[in-house]
Ligand binder design. Structure first.
Ligand SMILES: Nc1ncnc2c1ncn2[C@@H]1O[C@H](COP(=O)(O)OP(=O)(O)O)[C@@H](O)[C@H]1O
Ligand SMILES: [Mg+2]
Length: 402
């Protein structure tokens, strides 16, 4: 007999029934007990830091590989283990971690490290206002005063746009060469990058100094992803909840692209949530597929919502005048401006915006030859219009249009 759906939902909620045993395990910051298929990488990172235990300075290290290949996990694991061992050691070691995606300026990043070094107050280290070299000097002073052996980990270092500018480059270079200045203590730098082309963009001087050693994390295979997932499933779900076919599909979907363990784990979590909402007793292939669609849509929604208002109006104009010329799109755009009572931008500016949006892949342009009229470019959306409508609905300025 099938139960009343409302009753079932309320009963399940009341009894605390869930497909999940521990959802936290599927969060990307969770550090699992076992790091699978990364023995070599764990050994290499550990080895490069071993001089610390012998009171010597380790070499700087550059780690890179595609997203979700376990770089952050491995480095954090190694740091944790070393820190644990030196807790009651006879000489001070301090391991500092910051993510450049969260602290996108060099100043912010150095402040983050400074706080971890104990420069706690605004007076000791203000969040703004000093010159960057002064911030750096203050960190160096703490290291010297306490004869600290420090390791600075800069995760997702490719987000530090300043690394390619003049001043940022110089400060960063001095960071990589800090030891030459230190009379006591040491500073080792570990940079982690998800972007394989990052190296090419770096100043050669900075690169050679940062990558005294290098470790590359290769992509996981579909089978390796599957084993990582199986290990996580044991902790995260009630037994026998994830159908083997669903597991295979999840591993295949994330493994095929570039062996991204994060995507695989996310996919599994979202599929579990969908299964729960659908009151299914197990997670099946169907829910993995739905999870994949949902994640794709969420990604697009976030990207769409991050556009400024006039870009959004322009995207809507392309949507309304799909497959048409710049002139027609501009006409449609002007109309939308009128309805939303916005002052329209010039055609020149709008044309420029169109090419910028084209570069992100949201719209695609095609040159069309029109006989004696010469050639013109026609634009079309690459996304489902419904995705766009759904995303823009949250923007109050666009309410009247949607
Ligand atoms: N070898 C592994 N064993 C277990 N879990 C892993 C492994 N590699 C990655 N993960 C998990 O996959 C996710 C992404 O890993 P992460 O280290 O953040 O990747 P990266 O820093 O290379 O982008 C994290 O949730 C992490 O715990
Ligand atoms: Mg990472």
């Amino acid at each position: 007999m099938t139960r009343d759906p409302i009753d079932k939902l309320l009963d399940d909620a009341a009894s605390g029934k869930s497909l999940f045993k521990n959802r936290e395990v599927l969060h990307f910051t969770f550090i699992p007990n076992m790091v699978l298929h990364r023995d070599d990488e764990q050994k290499k990172v550990t080895q490069s830091l071993i001089p610390l235990l012998k009171k010597a300075r380790p070499s700087n290290l550059l780690i890179y590989g595609k997203p979700g290949t376990g770089k952050t996990l491995v480095v954090k694991k190694v740091l944790d283990k070393i820190q644990e061992r030196v807790k009651d050691g006879s000489f001070p070691i301090q391991l500092l971690y910051a993510n450049a995606k969260e602290e996108t300026t060099l100043y912010g990043l150095l402040v983050k490290f400074g706080r971890q070094l104990g420069l706690a107050s605004q007076k000791e280290l203000p969040t703004t206002g000093l010159s960057i070299s002064e911030v750096f000097n203050r960190l160096i002073a703490v290291i010297e005063k306490n004869a600290l052996n420090t390791v600075f980990v800069v995760d997702e270092i490719d987000y530090l746009a300043e690394l390619v500018s003049k001043t940022g480059k110089d400060v960063f270079y001095s960071l990589t060469r800090a030891n030459e200045r230190l009379k006591k203590g040491s500073l080792t730098l570990i940079g982690i990058s998800n972007d394989l082309t990052f190296k090419e963009r770096l100043d050669p001087r900075v690169l050679s100094s940062l990558s005294e050693e290098e470790i590359v994390f290769t992509n996981y295979t579909v089978n390796q992803i599957k084993e990582i997932l199986m290990d996580r499933i044991k902790e995260a779900f009630v037994p026998h909840i994830v159908d083997p076919a669903a597991l295979n599909l999840c591993a295949a979907m994330s493994g095929q692209e570039h062996g991204d363990a994060r995507r695989a784990i996310d996919l599994l979590r979202v599929a579990g949530e969908i299964a729960e909402r659908e009151q299914s007793d197990i997670v099946k292939e169907d829910q993995i597929r739905k999870a994949s669609l949902k994640m794709e849509e969420d990604k697009e929604t976030t990207a769409l919502n991050s556009y400024p208002l006039h870009e959004k109006l322009l995207i809507l104009a392309v949507m309304k005048a799909n497959g048409t010329t710049t002139g027609e799109i501009y006409h449609s755009y002007k109309n939308l401006c009128k309805i939303t009572r916005q002052k329209e931008l010039t055609q020149r500016r709008v044309t420029q915006m169109l090419s910028e949006i084209e570069m992100t892949g949201l719209i695609s342009g095609k040159i069309v030859h029109q006989g004696m009229h010469g050639r013109t470019k026609k634009f079309a959306l690459t996304l489902n219009p419904n995705t766009i409508k759904k995303a823009f609905k949250e923007d109050l300025a666009l309410e009247d249009l949607l």
